[in-house]
Design a protein around this ligand. Structure first.
Ligand code: GRF
Length: 197
């Protein structure tokens, strides 16, 4: 049974989808921790309400010393015996040092069809570019931001009247389907990508 630590920064809707899916019979993984860089992240209470261990490692006291913050974060993750780390709305850039420790064992969900639209504000950028479709990607985390091997993608059509918020809401529904499907396959040792639409 693989033990999964989920890192969040906010509401954690993807985290909840992952927790719910790991309740399913025969799932090869179990959640061992939900941690956030923001002690006030609403997702922490939502995870605790489901009986999952939680932790907050506030990044602010560390200032610009990313390695010191990540050392603390690594201690917490390791102390809960995680085999896999899932970034789910985690809004801190991780250094190569941290990422290489988890090489091949850390996943992230990004709200675009990578390699398009790495970085932030992906929905507004897709609309500005006049894209006919958009979506989300689950990928292995490598030192290059939003760049690792793709483990799954889900596509949604862009509607004429879409705003960044309406498009984001449609993509988020697909995120909640894609990430659990990818984690279940990944935790079973299967790296074949999943394509949803
Ligand atoms: C989502 O857009 C997700 O793609 C990105 O963070 C946003 C919020 O996710 N990673 P969540 O509701 O906190 O899971």
């Amino acid at each position: 049974m693989k033990r999964v630590a989920i890192l969040i920064s906010g509401g954690g809707s993807n985290m909840l989808a992952l927790l719910d899916s790991m309740e399913e019979a025969g799932h090869p993984a179990t959640p061992c921790l939900v941690a956030s860089n923001d002690p006030a992240a609403p997702g922490l209470e939502r995870a605790a309400a489901r009986g999952v261990a939680t932790a907050a490692v506030d990044h602010r006291p560390f200032g610009r010393d990313r390695p010191a913050f990540e050392e603390e974060l690594q201690k917490v993750i390791a102390s809960h015996g995680a085999d896999i780390v899932c970034l789910a709305g985690f809004m801190r850039v991780l250094t190569a040092g941290f990422v290489t420790q988890w090489s091949g064992r850390m996943l992230n969900i990004h709200p675009s069809l990578l390699p398009k639209y790495r970085g932030l504000h992906t929905h507004a950028r897709a609309l500005e570019a006049g894209e006919a479709e958009h979506g989300c990607t689950v990928h292995e985390v490598t030192p290059e931001l939003d760049d690792g091997p793709i483990l799954g993608q889900a596509r949604v059509p862009v509607d004429p009247g879409d705003t960044p918020d309406s498009l984001a809401a449609r993509v988020l529904v697909m995120e909640h389907r894609l990430y659990p499907a990818v984690l279940r396959r990944f935790a079973a040792g299967d790296r074949r990508p999943i394509w949803l639409s």
